[in-house]
Structures are given as structure tokens and as C-alpha cells.
Design a protein. Sequence first.
Length: 195
Amino acid sequence: MSIAVIAGLGNPGLKYRNTRHNIGFQVIDRLASLQGAQWRADARLEAEVAVIVHKDRKLMLIKPQTYMNASGRSLAAVLRYRMLPAQSLLVVYDDITLDFARPKLSLSGSAGGHNGISDMLEQVGPGFVRYRIGIGAKPHKAMDLADYVLSKFTESEQQLLADRMPSYLDHLALVVDKGFETAMNTINQRNASQL
């Protein structure tokens, strides 16, 4: 099944902009911006929606507005509305188990403590494609996880993400163009040798 929907996970509102948990929004915003796509609010889907054309294919971009922990509710509504299976969905989100800025593509596994993905597994079910971007581990073990993921990126981290952004967008295009298996082999291996 080919990808028809690309979603970035995050929390709506200015106070969450440039926080670690919103890296999915950052990537999807950049993708929409480069294509000149306009976001519009869709109350039925509890999301902001944009449409881009990639190699003559229309792709729906989604930013759930439910707050992170209820992301699945919005994306399940999107798939029902479009009558699509979970396999047609590519989700971009943050991962504390990966080194900072490191991407990884996967198709299965647990939520890994990510509440947005927990809700997706509950509401959408397994099978959606996961593009994870590392935000690094907590600086101190005693630090509350919520405080860490809702903290802002430092200037140097923002610069590194900006430098890596073209690669992230190339990776998403690779998934759309070549499918999961080819994209996974390229993204996960290339990135291991780069970092």
C-alpha cells in the first residue's frame, strides 16, 4: 500500500513551538512551506490539513490539534474519512532513545513510552510507517520526562536540525517513492555510517 497521508505529531499553540515533542510539526511545516501549501483547520478531523503534489500524486499533510496524547483520535478520523488503511500513513515524531537529530524508519514495535504513539496504536492500530527523529536522552535521570520533551531546543540544536532538514524531507520522499523496505535499508544504514 502506498503512502497517501503524512502526519507530524506535536502540540498546538505557540508555547510548544520549538519544543522537542514538536519535531514532527517542524518537519511537516517545512515540507508544506517548500511546496507552497496552505494549512487549513478541519474541525471534523481535529487537525490542520494541507495538500501537496509529489510527482503527480496528491499527498495529505496532517497536524493533529488534539494535543500529543490524543493524536490517534485525529489520525483515525483522517483514515476513516479517506477510507484508507493504516499502511497508507507515514508519521513523523520525536524519539528519546535515538541520538539527537538521528532519524530511523520502522514499521512495528511498541510505543516506547511515547504517549502519542500509544494512542495511535490504540485508535489506528499497527501498520503505519514511523519516521522517528532522535531528541536525545534526558540530561539527568531524575528529570521528569514531560519536562524534558516539552523543553525548547538550544540554538545549536536548532541549527543542527535545520542542517539535517533537507535529509529528513528526502527520506520522506524516498518512503513515498520507493516504499518502506527500500527506504528503511537506505535511511537506517546510511545514517549509521554518517553519525
